[in-house]
Design a protein around this ligand. Structure first.
Ligand code: NDP
Length: 488
């Protein structure tokens, strides 16, 4: 059985306390690897390695040289994509089809941000009559801490690591204790690609490592992807030492199906939104609002198709939904289905855990009785869809926006003017029109409201990892009045 140490300064280390924990395959329920349980001393070692690399190597490289290093990293990841995808599927139960597709595009993130590395330019600022030359320059922050979840470990890590490195920072990653192995394998490739030791470090563990990283005084920025509860704690701890954060949190995203939509297209998009990855995604379209004339037809279509979804081994090409990530997570999702029914929703499809090995759960659909029902307001993070009817466009907007979250929304209609009105009215960081569940390296991604702040992907992302320096250079040779602020 593979036993993983943590990674600091380009090498694998044994945890100081000598403790490891099991990582369990959700397909078989069996332990397949062991992961280092890092404490504060291990985290300090990793942050120290990242600091040294930042100060002595990475931030001193020319931006073009940094970019080229990331392009080399992209090639090495591409060579190992399939192998890492298999490890990830074994660890979190996601379809190999999906983990392979994700690992297949991870190199593009490093190519895109590697390309941006030498396109970060300051500007000349005219100084309102002051005889000086004014300019801005952008500088990296230092060590960036990255806490990522178990649902798409390497892809979600890449969303932060690629722009952070391109901007000249070094990183310490803390993957989820539920699925750390693929991130460790990914980080081990950095050395193969010739990245300097200490540019990418990984600490693993549970209960201590994340907090130790967040509290470390040399970690100058935290990017957190995960649940809202821990997100608040990370943001508060970082604020306590005035370190900026990016928060990528949960959602209760609405797919809104109008009666004039292409219903075949809408049906497929709604299913992809909630049953893709077993609903274990922040962007899950977990509420579907359906205009009343087509409500019953859509409910019947969705229930029939959900009942036919092929559950099985995520390694098999014909499987449509794998197991949930862990026994605990399935228990949580099952308890939320019970809470939905207790809260007034009616079961339309699924709802049960099949009697077989692995943490499987039937694709589940409920019809909510009220827009404020438990299931319309609470994130499940599993394959559970809530349906609700609406009459008018205004009503659809009101219900969709009546959520503490604002990560994503989908609009299904053939009326172009209406689609534009909906795009304007929906309070969400991403709005997909006649499509759902798409992501690229160059399209900004992030939440409104309690879904978080800051943007990953696209040119916006690199700004999270830079700070602006204002430079004033006198060109008058005059002696300054020591008792007055120079304003003109
Ligand atoms: P959590 O949101 O609970 O975060 C767990 C991670 O945070 C671990 O790496 C943990 O490391 C770290 N952590 C815990 N406490 C602290 C702390 N005080 N300070 C700093 N870091 C800390 O993730 P889960 O994986 O448990 O998921 C829980 C829920 O999050 C899901 O059910 C789902 O609702 C949501 N989620 C959202 C995702 C998204 O993409 N937005 C993705 C996955 C989950 P350590 O224990 O070592 O400190």
């Amino acid at each position: 059985m593979r036993r993983y140490g943590f990674i600091a300064g380009g090498a694998e280390h044994l945890p100081a306390a000598g403790k490891y924990f099991d990582t369990v395959s959700p397909i078989s329920g069996e332990t397949w690897a062991q992961i280092a349980e890092c404490g504060a001393a291990d985290v300090a070692l990793a942050v120290g390695a990242a600091s040294t690399c930042f100060e002595t190597v990475w931030s001193r490289l020319s931006p073009t040289a940094r970019g080229k290093a990331l392009l080399r990293f992209a090639e090495v990841i591409a060579e190992h994509a399939r192998q890492i995808a298999e490890i990830e599927t074994c660890d979190n139960g996601k379809l190999l089809k999906e983990t392979s597709a994700q690992l297949g595009v991870v190199p593009d993130w490093f190519r895109y941000f590697g390309g941006l590395a030498d396109k970060i330019e300051g500007r000349v600022v005219p100084l309102n009559g002051i005889e000086a030359f004014g300019m801005t320059k952008y500088e990296p922050l230092g060590v960036v801490g990255v806490i990522t979840p178990w649902n798409s470990p390497v892809l979600l890590t890449t969303l932060a690591v690629a722009p952070a490195l391109a901007a000249g920072n070094t990183v310490v990653i803390k993957p989820s204790e539920v699925a750390s192995a693929s991130v460790l394998e990914f980080a081990l490739l950095a050395r193969k690609a010739g990245l300097p030791d200490g540019a990418i470090n990984v600490v693993t563990g549970f209960g201590e490592a994340g907090a130790a990283l967040t509290d470390h005084p040399d970690v100058r920025q935290m990017t957190f992807t995960g649940g809202e509860g821990i997100g608040r704690r990370v943001a508060a701890a970082a604020a306590g030492r005035v370190a900026p954060t990016v928060m990528e949190l949960g959602g209760k995203s609405a797919n809104i199906v109008f009666a004039d939509a292409n219903l075949d297209q809408a049906e497929a998009g709604v299913l992809a939104g909630i049953f893709g990855a077993g609903g274990q995604t922040c962007i899950a379209g977990s509420r579907t609002l359906i205009q009343r004339p087509v409500f019953e037809a859509m409910r019947a279509r969705l229930a029939t198709r959900a009942g036919r979804i092929r559950l099985g081994d995520p390694m098999e090409a014909t499987t449509e939904m794998g197991p949930l990530v862990s026994a605990d997570h399935r228990k949580l999702v099952v308890s939320k289905i019970a809470a939905a029914v207790a809260g007034g929703a009616r079961l339309v499809a699924g709802g049960n855990a099949p009697d077989r090995p692995g943490y499987f759960l039937e694709p589940t659909i409920v019809e909510a009785g009220d827009a404020q029902d438990y299931i319309m307001q609470n994130e499940v993070f599993g394959p559970v869809l809530a349906l609700y009817p609406f009459d008018t466009e205004d009503e659809a907007v009101r219900i969709a926006n009546a959520s503490p979250y604002g990560l994503a929304a989908g609009v299904w209609s053939r009326d172009v003017a209406r689609c534009h009105r909906m795009v304007d009215a929906l309070k969400a960081g991403t709005v997909w029109v006649n499509m759902y569940r798409a992501m690229t390296f160059n399209m900004p991604f992030g939440g409104f409201k309690q879904s978080g702040y800051g943007r990953l992907n696209g040119q916006e992302a690199i700004m999270n990892y830079l700070q602006t320096k204002a430079v004033w250079i006198d060109r008058s040779d005059r002696v300054q009045d020591p008792f007055s602020l120079k304003t003109e």
